[in-house]
Design a protein around this ligand. Structure first.
Ligand code: 13P
Length: 259
């Protein structure tokens, strides 16, 4: 059975005092979490703090972006090796906010994915369509191109050391969650697309759903057969809410629902 993962994406939020309380709560509450991994992707300056609070706990941590380059003259960029040095297990690559606000192309995302893997990080490759792309019937084409950029340059085997997150752009921060059926359809498409290259790898691949996940809707989303957990934005800043989402993934582990 695939493992379950719930990762928080704090985006550009947090401060030392608030983080201390949030990380401390997550550390304590996650100690008895069975069968689901909980992770937080924090802003770069707080990686040191995350490592301090979460070391020797069951909670993993990671970055939200990574340079596609190694060390050198790349002002402002943080390398994958630096993230590793601060104990990161995960890093988000290709989040839709990076793609839309910072203009990251599929090629840049693929390069970042490769840099993360090379440093021993587990990239969480974010894919997903805009509302316009969904409404014009381009959803599958868009997601396929996002996946193919990685498969063509890094090889499908690279996905065996990664996680994919399906995040429909129209559901991010809007309070408008994809229905469990919409999310399941997209996840099944992603899995099937990868299965055309390597069926065993595809069936073991952890695919997260992200986009307005809350404690109130996590259970029905995670009950879908191809949804293996969540990538959580706003709700990851609220300790009780985030842990309730983690427990929803844990329940799936204990009682999987086949659809
Ligand atoms: P929200 O959960 O705030 O919609 O954000 C989702 C997201 O972008 C996680 O990466």
């Amino acid at each position: 059975m695939r493992s379950k993962l719930v990762a928080g994406n704090w985006k550009s939020n947090g401060d030392l005092a608030a983080n201390e309380a949030l990380l401390g709560h997550i550390r304590a509450a996650a100690a008895d979490l069975q069968g689901a991994t909980c992770a937080v992707c924090v802003p770069y300056p707080y990686l040191f703090q995350a490592r301090q609070v979460l070391a020797d706990s069951t909670v993993a941590w990671g970055g939200q972006d990574v340079s596609q380059f190694g060390a050198g003259a790349y002002t402002g960029a943080v390398t994958a090796v630096m993230l590793r040095e601060f104990g990161c297990r995960y890093v988000l690559v290709g989040h839709s906010e990076r793609r839309s606000i910072y203009g990251e192309t599929n090629d840049v995302v693929a390069a970042k994915f490769g840099a993360a893997l090379q440093a021993g990080l587990t990239p969480i490759l974010c894919v997903g369509e805009t509302l316009q792309e969904r409404e014009t019937g381009a959803m599958e084409q868009v997601i396929a191109a996002q996946l193919d950029a990685v498969i063509e340059t890094k090889g499908v085997a690279a996905l065996g050391s990664a996680v994919v997150a399906y995040e429909p752009v129209w559901a991010i921060g809007t309070g408008k969650t994809a229905t469990p059926q919409q999310a399941q359809a997209a996840h099944a498409f992603i899995r099937a697309r990868i299965a055309t290259h390597d069926a065993a790898l595809a069936s073991n691949l952890v695919i997260l759903y992200g986009g307005s996940v809350k404690a109130a809707n996590a259970g029905e989303l995670f009950a879908m057969s191809d949804i293996d957990g969540g990538l959580i934005g706003g709700a990851a800043l609220l300790a009780e809410e985030f842990m309730a989402i983690c427990r929803a993934a844990e329940r799936k582990q204990q009682a999987p629902v086949q659809v």
